[in-house]
Design a protein around this ligand. Structure first.
Ligand SMILES: [Zn+2]
Length: 250
């Protein structure tokens, strides 16, 4: 089983993808459209492949920076597309002959988030599910359902404790990770993800009731500072809204 972790440079960030090669070739996520040429061609060439050799694209979720090349790849290769919207369910297994990927439903960042676990190697690709302290794109961790995310964190911890996850690969350079979490560091990274959600929740609850959402987003970024400049200063508002929805529901 051969696999490669691809990182397409994107502003001050990058978008991660995962390629598993063999009898069938699968690309997990497809970054943004402009990654198609020359980036994808060059990366595939390193494995003696071209775009027409891609048999399957499986997406971790439907955000634009994860599905951007889907259409172009399908046009060139006729690849099958799999995702939560395209038939994947929790525990679905995609069998590529030389690799087998289990889809694990991991909601929190988005309701349709899926992570992929390669069953022989324990390689685990979790998309945007586990953002730690966030990226230079948003300056905070992004998710739309903090309660679902906390459950997902414990679900994946069980997979780790069962010895099934050996190495985690992430979709972006979440603060201080570089995108890869080695096996022994998985529990502490999951703790960091959990503690970040809980700390955001305490902070957002402490803000005045009538605070403006965009001001709350700015305050959240300042409180949990990871960098000076972010690519999308308004992105933090979606995490604020998610905590306000939770607060209203309880
Ligand atoms: Zn996303």
């Amino acid at each position: 089983m051969k696999y490669a972790y691809l990182k397409y440079p994107w502003g001050s960030e990058w978008c991660g993808m995962m390629l598993f090669c063999g009898k069938r070739n699968i690309l997990l996520d497809s970054a943004v459209e402009e990654a198609f040429f020359p980036f994808l061609y060059d990366e595939l060439k390193k494995h003696d492949l071209t775009v027409s050799d891609i048999d399957i694209i499986a997406n971790t979720h439907s955000h634009g920076d994860h599905i951007g090349m889907n259409e172009k790849i399908v046009r060139f290769s006729g690849a099958e597309v799999l995702s939560f919207q395209h038939g994947l369910q929790d525990s679905s297994v995609i069998d590529g002959g030389d690799w087998r990927l289990e889809a694990i439903h991991t909601p929190g960042h988005s309701a349709d988030s899926i992570s992929f676990l390669e069953l022989e190697s324990g390689v685990f690709f979790s998309g945007d599910t586990f953002e730690g302290r966030g990226t230079r794109y948003a300056g905070v961790a992004l998710y739309n359902d903090p309660a679902a995310l906390l459950q997902t964190i414990e679900k994946v911890r069980c997979f780790y404790l069962d010895g099934r996850i050996k190495k985690m690969y992430l979709s972006h350079a979440y603060h201080e990770t570089g995108g890869i979490i080695d096996g022994a560091d998985v529990p502490s990274y999951l703790d960091l993800c959990r503690d970040t959600v809980l700390a955001y929740d305490r902070f957002i609850r402490s803000l005045p009731e009538d605070i403006d959402i965009s001001e709350a987003g700015t305050l959240l970024r300042k409180e949990f500072f990871i960098c000076e400049e972010v690519m999308n200063p308004r992105a933090a508002e979606s995490t604020v809204r998610a905590h306000l929805r939770l607060k209203a529901a309880l």
